[in-house]
Design a binder for this molecule. Structure first.
Ligand SMILES: NC(=O)c1ccc[n+]([C@@H]2O[C@H](COP(=O)([O-])OP(=O)(O)OC[C@H]3O[C@@H](n4cnc5c(N)ncnc54)[C@H](OP(=O)(O)O)[C@@H]3O)[C@@H](O)[C@H]2O)c1
Length: 262
């Protein structure tokens, strides 16, 4: 992997039907990896698989609701049955769930925690035994810059992503001695259906999902701990660490929360 080869590695990508997951699955397949494609919309997964097959690659379509633990476990068990191992887990599926704190209720928060945190936890727990057995593997957790600096009115999304960052932080330290790397991906705004109804300020211009996919593959090759993409979004995190009030001010001045359209 250090030499930059993904040839014949087995990769699972959740959220592979769209956006960052789709772009990452295609990029991995292009570099020779066998890709298991997980998401709910089987028709879209079939299209991604067809693209992989056309260029001579191997893909498995695995319709899965990642908010349902038994479905994740069954999906990973099936991949293991089919290919015998999991080298790379790209845990990426997620939903942008926004709600002001004054309008928040426990159900909304639970929904976000299920899809934006527990889904990752369950995927990691299901893939881990095989990686531990082989003392090798790469676990990519697709978080967000919002998981370093929370933006209004995103409490459900932000809380789940902060939890994910915390999990990743500890996993990285503990699993390293087992030959397993944990890579946290922290994108800014990305041009995908997730935020198609959100206009964003110029400073936060949406980047193509292919750029995130490229950063993910580079992060795996270099065993990077955290990948900010684009890299300058890290400045907001640094500012917020120095002074949360300055972080708040920057978010306010630049309208980093964006503007919702119909
Ligand atoms: N777009 C951004 O600006 C941005 C910025 C930072 C981080 N991110 C993160 O990047 C990740 C991917 O988002 P994206 O921007 O690529 O959005 P997207 O194009 O909307 O893709 C989201 C993916 O997640 C899958 N998904 C959602 N709920 C699921 C469920 N319950 N079970 C299985 N799959 C589910 C969707 O598949 P199905 O609907 O077919 O199930 C889809 O493939 C998310 O974790 C998001 O938080 C995005």
């Amino acid at each position: 992997m250090r030499n930059g080869t993904f040839q014949d590695k087995v990769a699972i990508v959740t959220g592979a039907s769209s956006g960052i997951g789709r772009a990452t699955a295609l990029a991995l397949a292009e570099r020779g990896a066998k890709v298991a494609l997980a998401a709910r919309r089987a028709d879209l997964l079939q299209q991604v698989a067809a693209q992989v097959h056309q260029s001579g690659g191997e893909a498995l379509v695995m319709p899965t609701d990642v908010s349902d633990q038994p479905q994740i476990e069954a999906m990973i068990a099936e991949v293991l049955r089919h290919w015998g191992q999991v080298d790379i887990l790209v845990s990426n599926a997620g939903q942008y769930i926004r709600r002001t704190t004054t309008e928040l209720d426990a159900d909304v928060m639970q929904t976000s925690m299920n899809v934006n945190f527990h889904s990752h936890l369950h995927a990691v727990l299901a893939a881990l035994p095989n990686m531990l057995e082989r003392q090798a593997g790469h676990i990519v957790l697709v978080s967000t810059m919002d998981g370093k600096k929370g933006l209004r009115p995103d409490a459900p999304y932000v809380a789940a992503k902060f939890a994910l960052n915390g999990l990743g932080e500890v996993m990285r330290q503990e699993l390293r001695e087992h030959g397993i790397s944990t890579i946290l991906i922290l994108p800014g705004r990305v041009d995908t259906p997730l935020i198609e109804n959100l206009d964003v300020p110029r400073i936060q211009a949406k980047i193509p999902p292919e750029k995130v996919a490229k950063a993910i593959l580079r992060g795996i090759e270099r065993n990077q701990a955290e990948v900010y993409v684009p890299s300058f979004v890290k400045l907001l995190h640094v500012l917020n660490v120095v002074s949360p009030r300055l972080g708040d001010l920057a978010a306010h001045i630049f309208h980093l929360e964006g503007w919702e359209t119909d």
